[in-house]
Every structure is written in C-alpha cells, then in structure tokens.
Design a binder for this molecule. Structure first.
Ligand SMILES: O=C(O)C(=O)C[C@]1(C(=O)O)C=C[C@@H](O)C=C1
Length: 338
C-alpha cells in the first residue's frame, strides 16, 4: 500500500501520516501539492493520501476542499489531529535582522503573522506549497525566494537550516486536522464513535441558500448533531463540508437504511441543519414574498437529487490526540439547478 502526503519530507502532513500508520516501514511518498496527491489516488498511482483539511486557528484548507469536491468520488477512511508548532528557520549564518522575506504555506503564515509583525516589522510574506517546501527552497543552490521559512522543527532539521526562533505561532495549542483519503471501497463495520463528513454544493446563490442542501436531504431518523459546518466558495459554486458525530445506532429489526444499503451507497445520513419551519406567524408586509420564496425553495428541495454516500470506513489506528477510532463517511452530491 503506497500512501502519499503533502510533501516534501518534513511537513506536518507527513508527521500526521506517520503517526496514523504507526509503521516505520510503510511505503509513503511525498507529493508536490494536495491536488497532485488526490489526483494520484484517483488515478490509482497511490492507494491513499493524507491531506490537511482544517486548522484550529485558520479554519478550512481551501485547496483540499476544492480537490475533494471535484473529480471522481473519494472516501475518507481516517482522520488525525496534530498539534502544530512553528520555528523560523534560515540558511546557516543568517541573522534575524537579515530576514526581509518569510516563506510558508498560507496556513502556516496565518498562524505566525503576529509574531512576524512584532519581531520582523516590514518583512514580506512569500507563499509556498507547504511549510517544508519553504524550508527546502532555502537548501537549494541559487537565490532563494525568501530569507527564512516558517515550518515544523523537523523540516529545519531535514534541510540543514538554522533555527532563528522557536514557538513562533501566535496561538498556543493550535491543532490541524488531516484526512486519510482512498478510492471508494466496501465500508467496514461501525465503531460506535464515528464521524460523518459530507460535501454538498449549493445549486444557486441566495440568502440562506447555503443551508438548503442539508435541509433538502434531511432524514427524519437522524437527530441534528452538527459538529462543524465549513462553507467554501468554489469558483461559482459554494461548497459545504458538514461534519457530524455519529452515535452508535440500534440495529433495526427490519433493517432499512444504513445497514442494508449496498456497499458504497447509503442514502440520507445527513444532519438536519435547517430548523423546522415556524408556522402561524403574522401576515404583515412582505409575507406574500416570503411565502413565495418558501414555496420556491420547497419545490427546489423536492427536485434535488438525494445524496449518495460514496463509502465509509474507519481508521485502523486511534487518531493522534483523540482517544477513539473514528469512522468518516465522504459524501458528494450534485443538485440540479433550480
Ligand atoms: O505545510 C505543511 O506542513 C502542511 O502539512 C499543511 C498545513 C495546512 O495545510 O494547514 C498543515 C499544518 C499547518 O497548519 C500548516 C500547513
């Protein structure tokens, strides 16, 4: 089994992967970008890839949301939560006062820019594909694109750099969540402490519209328990990533739904995020328009195709920093335009 990660060596992503696989002999391969890693999984070049999805300080990782939301369906089989701490690293002999340009992944920069403003006023930010890519650039011959990199301590060591400052993150206790992604496969048994991740697209843009896909596919058997909703505008199409903790469910005697679904296809396991419609309100000015809008949305919801869950699975190792196994279900749906 070959597993890719956002490279080069020394990224937080590599650290998350190694902890999740817990096998020093595992066949792991650095990939130049999240896009490249997920494309390689889709094409069969890789069996799996570890990608960052969300940071506790900076939020969702747009490159990963975009790459998950386009192309053939993928299945999320495990997650890892990794505490992240940053160093400022530079070529040997560089003094802090010499640093005018700082390179890092956008999420790395976002987590350290307060420190940079305080200690290197006027320093410019130079984006890199990963924190370790910024460190690696300093180890290559020729003029580097920046003078110092914000990266993991292991990246500074890997690329023979001097550490100019440690713990330069602005927020103590920052954590990044990573997903281990494969091509869809048969769903293994539930663990009882699982998580559902759903990617849905909004059909058209109007106030409140982001919650409609979730409302359109709500299932009466599932209690609302949204853990996290990340909205992301992907080109013209807003995209939602819904996360929901799943509780152990009683097996139904006549087994409809999840337990009886054919492998990879499972409909309806989606949180109800839209509150029930309130009735009996006054009919003041604008009520007619509101009713018309509600009717339009109701019809649009009926026309929406049901969600299909493309697969599910669970991590074979407990995620780092969480004390239980997690099951993750990746769902993608496309609604017809209203
Ligand atoms: O660049 C890396 O080292 C990564 O693993 C990516 C990433 C991210 O996308 O958020 C992961 C953790 C840190 O928050 C900064 C960057």
């Amino acid at each position: 089994m070959t597993t890719g990660y956002l490279g080069p060596r020394g990224t937080f992503c590599q650290a998350a992967l190694l902890r999740t696989l817990d096998d020093p002999a595992a066949d792991v391969r650095p990939m130049p970008s999240v896009d490249a890693a997920l494309s390689a999984v889709r094409s069969g070049e890789l069996d799996a890839a570890m990608v960052p999805i969300e940071n506790s300080v900076e939020g969702g990782v747009p490159a990963t949301m975009d790459a998950l939301g386009s192309g053939s369906p993928l299945q999320v089989v495990a997650e890892a939560l990794l505490p992240v701490t940053f160093v400022l690293a530079a070529r040997p002999g560089t003094a802090l006062a010499d640093v005018r340009r700082v390179g890092s992944h956008p999420h790395g920069w976002a987590q350290c820019r307060g420190w940079v403003a305080a200690h290197l006023p006027g320093a410019a930010y130079v984006p890199a594909l990963s924190t370790a890519a910024a460190a690696e650039a300093l180890s290559l011959p020729g003029e580097p694109p920046h003078d110092a990199a914000l990266c993991a301590p292991i990246a500074a060591e890997t690329f023979g750099l001097d550490v100019l400052a440690r713990d330069v993150g602005d927020t103590a206790g920052a954590v990044t969540r990573f997903l281990l992604v494969t091509r869809p496969g048969p769903p293994p048994a539930r663990t009882g402490a699982d998580r559902t991740s759903v990617v849905v697209f909004q059909a058209d843009d109007h106030p409140g519209g982001l919650l409609e896909p979730a409302g359109a596919v709500r299932h009466p058997r599932h209690q609302p328990d949204p853990h996290r909703v990340a909205a992301h505008r992907r080109r013209a199409r807003p995209l939602l990533l819904l996360d929901r903790r799943r509780r152990p469910r009683r097996r139904r005697p006549h087994g409809r739904g999840a337990h009886r679904a054919p492998p990879h296809v499972h409909r309806g396991a989606v949180p109800r995020l839209v509150p029930p419609r309130r009735r009996g309100r006054g009919r003041g000015a604008g009520e007619h328009e509101r009713r018309r809008l509600r009717r339009r949305r109701r019809l649009a919801a009926r026309r929406a195709r049901p969600l299909s869950v493309v697969g599910e699975g669970f991590g074979t190792q407990p995620s780092h920093a969480v004390d239980c196994h997690r099951t993750v279900v990746a769902v993608r749906t496309v609604r017809r335009s209203t």
